[in-house]
Every structure is written in structure tokens, then in C-alpha cells.
Design a binder for this molecule. Structure first.
Ligand SMILES: Nc1nc2c(ncn2[C@@H]2O[C@H](COP(=O)(O)OP(=O)(O)O)[C@@H](O)[C@H]2O)c(=O)[nH]1
Ligand SMILES: [Mg+2]
Length: 196
């Protein structure tokens, strides 16, 4: 798959604004600062495809990155934020839009959920896991910034998360680090299996 040739295609503020072609896509979800933009950049071997920032993002938009080819594919960066800090109204709006998108988007093949390994399975993550299960979509959980923990603690977190999520539909958990290059190939393989 043409990850290296991915280019920014378009942004949408709601399901209505998403591309109307029928190319298959995978969505990346996670609380703001979980490492979504960094992961997309690392997976696509580019430094500036998706924007990354040190301050939690305000982007309430779906960003579509196109992998060109005879059968084009999209990687979709979904809006995310730290749950605790947003007004209820924003949270409810987000919940409506995400539910429309997850239940109404026929092109969607699976969800990559990113969660900082130092505080996994927050409310945002559990919501996404519930929706994926309800929509019958496979979910691949990346425990991001795995470079922040030593090998054994990182594996212990992964085991605990796997145990907690047993029986939650098609769900896989892996370690990931955009900066240290941990788990990149495993993630690419999962994306290929969903998009091919
Ligand atoms: N140590 C470390 N920091 C990371 C990693 N991935 C992202 N970050 C940092 O975490 C912050 C948020 O990353 P970003 O990709 O913008 O998160 P997003 O809000 O989910 O798109 C930035 O300061 C990144 O440099 C990683 O694998 N390891
Ligand atoms: Mg981002």
C-alpha cells in the first residue's frame, strides 16, 4: 500500500462534507494529544502530512488523507479532545457527529484508536470502543508513546488492557511509538488487511 505517497485530500466538519467517492477508508480516533497526527505521519513516512502540536488541538474536523493508486484509499484523522475540559454542548455535538459518521459511513472499514500508554482507556476511549462494537467495526488499539515506559511496564499495560477488553468484538491491542518507531509495521499490516 502507498503509505509514503499519502497526500492531504480534504476536510469535513460533518458526515455531509465527507468525500462522496466510494474509496475504502480507515479512521484514526483518540483524545487530543494521544499522538494521532504523529502516528499518521510515521505510518506514511512523512514529517508534515498531519499537523502535530504540543498544545491539545482544537481541530473539530475530519481530515482525509488520500493514498493514491488504481484503488485509492483514505486515512481519516478524526477530531478528538480531552473529555474533561470541553463544555457539555461541544461533547454532545461531537457525540452526534461521530455516531453519524461511524454508523452511516459505508466506506469505513475499521477504526484505529490511539490511547497514551500512561493513561489508557479513558471515557473517550471507552465510548469509541462501544460505538465500534455497536457498529460491527473492527478496532485496533494503539498504546501510544510506548517509548515513555520501559519494556516490561509497557507489556504489563498491554496485557492488562487486553484482559479488560476481552470479548469486546474484533479488537486488537499493540504497543506503538511514532518517535521510536515501535509497532509501525504491525499497524501498517492491519491497515492493509482492512483496506485491500
Ligand atoms: N515521546 C513521544 N511523544 C510523542 C509520540 N507521539 C506523539 N508525541 C508527542 O505528543 C504530542 C501530541 O502529538 P500529536 O500527534 O499532535 O497528537 P494528536 O493531538 O493526537 O494529533 C506532541 O508533542 C508529540 O510530539 C511518541 O511516540 N513518543
Ligand atoms: Mg492531531
Amino acid at each position: 500500500m502507498n503509505f509514503s505517497q499519502a497526500v492531504f485530500a480534504t476536510s469535513a466538519v460533518s458526515l455531509d462534507g465527507c468525500p462522496v467517492d466510494s474509496m475504502a477508508e480507515v479512521a484514526f480516533a483518540g483524545r487530543s494529544n494521544a499522538g494521532k497526527s504523529s502516528a499518521i505521519n510515521a505510518i506514511c513516512r512523512q514529517s508534515r502530512l498531519a499537523r502535530t502540536s504540543k498544545t491539545p488541538g482544537r481541530t473539530q474536523m475530519l481530515n482525509f488523507f488520500l493514498m493514491p493508486g488504481p484503488a485509492g484509499r483514505y486515512l481519516v484523522d478524526l477530531p478528538g479532545y480531552g473529555y474533561a475540559k470541553v463544555p457539555l454542548e461541544v461533547k454532545e455535538q461531537w457525540q452526534r457527529e461521530m455516531q453519524y459518521y461511524l454508523t452511516g459511513r459505508a466506506q469505513l472499514q475499521g477504526i484505529v484508536l490511539l490511547s497514551d500508554i500512561r493513561h489508557p482507556l479513558k471515557e473517550f476511549d471507552r465510548q469509541m470502543i462501544d460505538w465500534a462494537q455497536e457498529s460491527g467495526l473492527p478496532l485496533h488499539l494503539l498504546l501510544t508513546k510506548a517509548d515513555k515506559l520501559k519494556r516490561n511496564p509497557a507489556h504489563n499495560v498491554m496485557s492488562a488492557v487486553r484482559k479488560e477488553l476481552t470479548g469486546r468484538g474484533a479488537l486488537e491491542v499493540q504497543l506503538f511509538s511514532a518517535t521510536a518507531g515501535i509497532g509501525l509495521e504491525q499497524t501498517r499490516e492491519r491497515l492493509e488487511s482492512w483496506l485491500e
